[in-house]
Design a protein around this ligand. Structure first.
Ligand code: B12
Length: 307
């Protein structure tokens, strides 16, 4: 008779195996019942290999734009089917995939004019917001993936980042003059001191501009004192801080120190919004001090709720 030995993983190991943060994992588990780990006698969670597989599938689908709420209850086979179905992907259609692919091919051939033509064509095909969410974000995600795999050179990465920034600037220029006459909200945006990664923030700034919401883009690397003074003077109702660097990866402040400072110095601010992987581990279960966004979908849904 053979005994089946099933491997069990601790929470730490699952974090390592999936690349999900502990915060996200707990959220998917607690709120959406994505997986149901067993507990040891002392109450420690123990996950099975099938949980790790499911979490990896969920992660890939969320990156492609699916909502965790909708896909969390699905079985492994259904998730696999969803992942392989070309047109069931909400943000990356087949056409987008092949155009994103052509950008990389043309990039290897140094055909910059052709790249500009592809971008221009995509931009004119749909509304600015759809172009941003359904083309530029998938392009960015694919670029990050290839950078992570060492498949594109640093110079190509610089050129593509620059082209993306140029496209975002074009979209903002299309939105010029659309600022609401009596705006109920005013945003100030920055990355914390020490963090020079600004692409995510620029996407958010562009989305705000397209909706006519007045926003002050302070850019990257902003000391907390300066952020607070500026927000006061600008009479900001919202501050959006995005951070890409995790603590220990650069000279960034501890996230809670930076956010706590803002919270203490701007007690009348209606919302402090945070996003980006540098803030993934930060948690505020009551939601009283800040509101956290894991992706642009959630950010856009919240913008939809702003009156
Ligand atoms: C471009 C880049 C740079 C550029 C930044 C240029 C610029 N003006 O922004 C430069 C050259 C300056 C740079 C420098 C460094 N970088 Co760098 N960089 C990157 C790179 C290639 C892309 C990051 C990026 O902007 N992505 C765009 C964002 C939008 O995508 P994302 O981070 O995947 O975010 C997703 C979500 O988190 C979310 N999101 C992110 N931001 C926001 C904002 C809002 C509002 C919302 C709603 C959602 C959201 O949406 C995205 C799509 O799903 C990554 C590698 C990679 N593969 O990601 C490394 C990376 C971020 N860099 C890294 C590091 C360590 C550095 C350096 C310390 C040196 C180095 N080893 O390269 C310095 C630090 C400089 C500093 N003090 O900040 C590490 C960070 C590790 C960590 N997690 O802490 C990475 C991951 C590379 C790596 N694997 O080592 N970098």
């Amino acid at each position: 008779m053979s005994t089946q030995v099933s491997t069990r993983f601790s929470l730490r190991e699952v974090v390592e195996l999936t690349g999900l943060s502990e915060f996200t994992l707990r959220g998917w588990e607690g709120r959406y019942r994505a997986v149901r780990p067993q507990r040891t006698e002392t109450g420690r969670r123990m996950y099975g290999a099938e949980d790790v597989t499911k979490l990896n599938l969920l992660k890939d689908l969320v990156t492609l734009g699916h909502r965790i709420k909708e896909i969390a209850p699905l079985k492994e086979a259904e998730l696999r089917e969803l992942l392989s179905a070309p047109d069931s992907n909400p943000s990356v259609t087949h056409a987008v995939q092949s155009n994103v692919e052509s950008l990389f091919i043309q990039g290897e051939r140094f055909s910059w004019d052709e790249i500009r033509r592809i971008l221009g064509r995509e931009r004119k095909k749909s509304t600015p917001e759809k172009y941003l969410t359904r083309f530029l974000i998938p392009f960015l995600v694919e670029m990050n993936r290839r950078i992570g795999q060492g498949r594109i050179s640093i110079s190509l990465e610089h050129i593509f980042s620059s082209l993306i920034k140029e496209e975002l600037a074009t979209l903002r220029s299309l939105a010029r003059g659309s600022t609401r006459s009596r705006p109920a909200h005013r945003f100030v945006l920055c990355t914390p001191e020490g963090d020079h990664h600004e692409l995510g923030l620029l996407f958010a700034f562009t989305l705000l501009s397209l909706r006519g919401i007045p926003s002050l883009y302070l850019g990257p690397h902003v000391p907390k004192q300066e952020l607070c003074e500026t927000a006061l003077r600008y009479q900001a109702t919202h501050i959006l801080v995005s951070s890409t660097l995790k603590q220990g990866e650069g000279p960034v402040d501890a996230p809670l120190k930076y956010l706590g400072f803002i919270h203490r110095h701007l007690p009348r601010l209606s919302s402090l919004w945070i996003a980006g992987r540098g803030f993934q581990e930060v948690s505020d279960p009551s939601g009283a001090r800040f509101q956290q966004f894991q992706n642009f979908e959630a950010f856009i849904s919240e913008l939809d709720r702003l009156k």
